[in-house]
Design a protein around this ligand. Sequence first.
Ligand SMILES: Cc1cc2nc3c(=O)[nH]c(=O)nc-3n(C[C@H](O)[C@H](O)[C@H](O)COP(=O)(O)OP(=O)(O)OC[C@H]3O[C@@H](n4cnc5c(N)ncnc54)[C@H](O)[C@@H]3O)c2cc1C
Length: 389
Amino acid sequence: MRTQVAIIGAGPAGLLLGQLLTRHGIDNVILELRSADYVLGRVRAGVVEKGTADMLDEAGVGARMHSEGLVHDGVELAFGGQRHRISFRDLIGKAVIVYGQTEITRDLMEGRAAAGATTVYEAEDVSLHDIESDRPKVRYRHKGVEQELDCDFIAGCDGYHGISRRSIPDTVLRTYERVYPFGWLGILVDRPPVSEELIYANHERGFALCSMRSPTRSRLYIQCSLEDRVEDWSDERFYEELKRRLDDEAARRLEPGQSFEKSIAPLRSFVAEPLRHGRLFLAGDAAHIVPPTGAKGLNLAASDVFYLWQALLDFYKRGSSQGIDAYSGRALARVWKAERFSWWMTSMLHRFPESSGFDRKIQQAELDYLRSSQAAQISFAENYVGLPY
Ligand SMILES: Cc1cc2nc3c(=O)[nH]c(=O)nc-3n(C[C@H](O)[C@H](O)[C@H](O)COP(=O)(O)OP(=O)(O)OC[C@H]3O[C@@H](n4cnc5c(N)ncnc54)[C@H](O)[C@@H]3O)c2cc1C
């Protein structure tokens, strides 16, 4: 088999890149380790930046997001028993859309099927070859048969645990990492959200977040210990703990219901550089991870895809390698700013086991500054809705 761009992974990065390339007449094949149902069953991000929404429109799959997604003009920060709203609309004239990653994935998969582009699900033992030459290839096994895909370029969109990043030699790849000493315990429940907008709470018992997926479905999180197991947390215990971390009004409005998804996610900041080696490009979680506090993971995958798609268009439509050569630097400049914001929000809102009295005072001063300074709020708003591409 031969294609122009072989894409490894059918998460948001791989599917979005595939859709954009297909719409511009660039042939591509996606190889995905899991089944389509498995990919659609993963519950993950839910906040969509304007730039990501524009990319989904460009890919021709934004209609359902605009009709079913919830436009949020701001967020609320809760600390010291009170809530403080930060209005993106008033401060910078922008907003975000709350629309689940699962739905984005479904829209992209349907768009891809309608365009007749090839996705090989359950592609096992994918391996990359000759990435330093201009005739790279990908080998894999499908339904027990060994296959080889020749291509011009490989896009490694296979997430943090994928093989693409590991195909870059250690002598070339540099990684930067921070692991946080806590996790997020999250549940999905069919109950209305406690508030129209997201509530991020800093409490002495730990961080909490009241998010949502729709007017009838809540996504709720509490900071937990890395030693905790999901089985330790009955729904009753979860709601009890969440209520203690919220302000009185939010706690009153919280409607406990039976959760239908419950998981613990560790928090990590991670960046691998460079994002290009020979004919291989990394995009999305394959290259970087952010703690979910700033809602940036999915959005960074989309901005990488923007730069990569533009670079490949330059190559195929204008015969220029400039975009390809600049891809890693351009994408990383934005990645590091989102890493900074996600790290900063995480540091400001969580309880760190080792924190001293000094650390806590600094955290309070940070929150108080954000509450009282319009300049600080503008900076927050600009980063939260997403920096320009
Ligand atoms: C549990 C969890 C919760 C999250 N919650 C949030 C959140 O609340 N907010 C937020 O902003 N972000 C969140 N994220 C991050 C966000 O979901 C990711 O940033 C986003 O999915 C990145 O998209 P991606 O396409 O780069 O990678 P992925 O979505 O990871 O997709 C990679 C794809 O590659 C496939 N793959 C892996 N290995 C191979 C292989 N060897 N061969 C072929 N295919 C392979 C995988 O099966 C997967 O389909 C969460 C992530 C996780 C894991």
